[in-house]
Design a protein around this ligand. Structure first.
Ligand code: C5P
Length: 229
């Protein structure tokens, strides 16, 4: 395979407050992790899939993956993550097989990300050689605020884009950037750009939103039920 996707699912999901790590919370009867894998398996080209989970969920995750992967077109591995998202991605990258040239990094917490978004990001990496991030225009007015909650200024919204995943990269450059990274970066694109590489934006999709809060979970339930009809 020439493409791999690292699905990070090793977060605790504390803000979701569901009593289970987020990836294992169910949305209309199926876990967030299963739903994320559905989109990935629906892409048109084979990919190596590396799922990164908390240590306590390793055995149940392997069971789940063997159940959903079926007669595997995509090779799926499950590994244990780290204390930060960045450490979890690094653990996933170590599992990628030598033939892979394009790596996508995807938040498991975005289970409705369309297969087309994975394909767009991967093909844009392959066409340009740059890092690629899906983004959406920001619809709220954004203000910079001081530590004392005083409004400092309004930020020009036309210059802002909200980031989604999967974020895609040429494999060799991403591996080198991860090896060199000392600080924690807010996302993979920031870590990649810190090495002097270019990152370009392609159009994301509102349905690829990240499930973070209980309110997001309700939105997810609504979408899952509508899809099932
Ligand atoms: O916490 P947040 O929602 O920003 O996490 C984004 C993604 O990173 C989630 O899919 C989460 O499971 C993953 N993550 C991880 N390892 C961590 C922290 C977060 O895999 N230590």
């Amino acid at each position: 395979v020439a493409r791999a996707v690292v699905v990070v699912a090793a977060g605790s999901g504390t803000r979701l407050a569901q009593g289970a790590p987020k990836a294992f919370v169910e949305v209309a009867g199926r876990s967030i992790l299963e739903r994320s894998l559905d989109s990935i398996f629906a892409t048109s080209e084979p990919m190596q899939v590396v799922v990164v989970v908390p240590l306590a969920m390793l055995a149940p995750s392997r069971l789940l993956v063997s159940r959903v992967a079926g007669p595997a077109r995509d090779h799926v591995a499950v590994v244990v993550g780290g204390a930060s998202r960045q450490a979890s991605v690094a653990a996933g990258l170590r599992e990628i097989v030598p033939s892979v040239e394009t790596v996508l990094v995807h938040d498991c917490a975005r289970p409705f990300t369309p297969a087309a978004q994975f394909e767009l990001v991967a093909s844009t990496v392959e066409r340009t050689g740059h890092g690629v991030v899906p983004g959406l225009p920001v619809s709220d007015t954004i203000k910079r605020v001081s530590a004392t909650a005083e409004v400092v200024e309004t930020v020009d919204r036309s210059e802002l884009v909200a980031m989604q995943t999967p974020q895609g990269f040429p494999r060799a450059a991403l591996d080198a950037a991860y090896s060199a990274a000392e600080a924690e970066h807010t996302d993979d694109a920031a870590l990649f750009a810190a090495r002097g590489h270019r990152v370009i934006v392609v159009e994301g999709d509102p349905v690829a939103f990240k499930i973070t809060t209980p309110w997001d979970l309700r939105r997810a339930e609504t979408i899952a039920r509508a899809d099932a009809d």
